[in-house]
Ligand binder design. Sequence first.
Ligand code: ADP
Ligand code: MG
Length: 554
Amino acid sequence: DRPTENHVFEADVSRLLHMMVHSVYSDKDVFLRELISNAADACEKLRFEAIAAPNLLGSDADNRITLTLDEENLRLVVDDNGIGMNREELIEALGTIARSGTRAFMERIEANKAGEGAQLIGQFGVGFYSCFMVADRVDVVSRRAGSEEAWLWSSDGQGAYTVSPVDLTDAPARGTRITLNLMEDAKTYASRWSVERIVKEQSGHVPVPISIIEKPGAEPVPLTDGTALWTRAKNEVSKEDHADFYRSLSGQYDEPAVTVHFRAEGRHEYTTLAYIPGAQPFDMFDPDRKGCMKLYVKRIFITDEADVLPRYLRFVRGLVDTADLPLNVSREMIQESPILSAIRKGVTSRIITAIEKLAESDAEAFAKVWENFGAVLKEGIYEDGERRTQLLSLARFKTTAAGEGSRSLKQYVEDAKPEQSAIYYLTGNSVEQLKASPQLEGFRARGIEVLLLTDQIDSFWVMTAGEFEGKAFKSITQGAADLAQFAKPEGEAEADSAPSADVATFIAYAKEKLAGEVSDVRASDRLTESAVCLVASEGGYDRQMEKILQGAGR
Ligand code: ADP
Ligand code: MG
């Protein structure tokens, strides 16, 4: 027999726990959502492993989550018959934090003590530890499916935990039992009324049925039936159902801005349920951010790492469930599968169409979506040649003519001068800075609209996008602007075709002084108030791109 082992938490875990224990979040309810979501994940993992090893299920093939309350002893027990954890997994999963988001999470919480903390827990994947917001001791008994051992992990959340073997008779036949010894001020989590309310509110659509046992010895009463929301007919799913399901998928607390739910029939059969979030997730530009689409085969969760969507739709949360992929396909094979690429194409189209529809039907809601995710969608203009025109049509821009609002390229082209063959743009770090740029003077004076581009990706797509409705994209910092072809603004004297002798002398002087620093000095139509400005040379990179490349150390 093995003795009880004492362990200390990794430093980051300790810090995190300290924060949880001393948290002043009003919204502690989230811990239950986190435990239920882990229990459901464990059930999904078991179903996946059982494809290759059906005997893991034994005689108990139905997954379930059970909540047992004990008001008298201030206890809440969360049971699942999922995959379970062996000793190493317990230590690894509940004693260390391998995830990259943790540090970011703590920094953000420390910066913002009062507000969003509790809401961020799920998003950052530190869910389990949130139970120390309400419990002063947590016991986790787990038995991995197929194993002849069971283990108890136990901690008061104060920096250390123990791991000890448990008699099989004291352990669940398979899966994990988490017992929370509630703090006095958290006793509400042992009351049926609150627990029922919280489960329905937060976890109503978890795809594993949840039942409740009101007190030890009582019969389990079903709370949710665990039917997969996406398998229901579209018109049977309410807005509230979607909001609830979206929240449990994303760990966010906002409402979806766009919901895409459809069943594809024909060459490939699959169901998609996808949401565009109402708010930005914290890690949208994190290069390590995982895909947020889950892949199911016949309702069995396979992976959330397949590229179900292109990268420029990485803010979309949801899932695809298909019967067309074989269940026993490896995760690596899936990635290569032509069926997956057909699905990716289909789902991508549907999502973009849904955004287009929103743009037509509700400009305000669309503006919000664009504000949140436009910078990511624009990566698609760069990467996805096939949908370039579609994405360009969706794009909205700050321009010299847009005032506080923004404009589409269609509007730009409609209002362009008859002789104008280009769409002019200026890239930089902020709209304010761009608006003050001397480069704009000549264009402004002639009433020619200029796009003011401030996202990093803008410097890239303008190079590959080519044109929109026959007009090429052209940086106004690049070479001699085409201003000569446009009528001069009224009241301004017609400039001589050649610079005067004084100007020529100055140019010669400047060229000599700046030799080696600039490649040319010339008179220009583009300035009306400022005396000089820097421009980039015609075939080279534009000024902002030069800065980006310098920043990247090239
Ligand atoms: P996340 O769910 O984002 O991975 P958590 O802190 O919620 O982060 O959980 C940490 C890990 O602990 C999980 O990834 C899983 O490996 C393990 N775990 C937690 N609860 C269970 C459970 N009920 N059954 C099996 N494994 C679990
Ligand atoms: Mg979790």
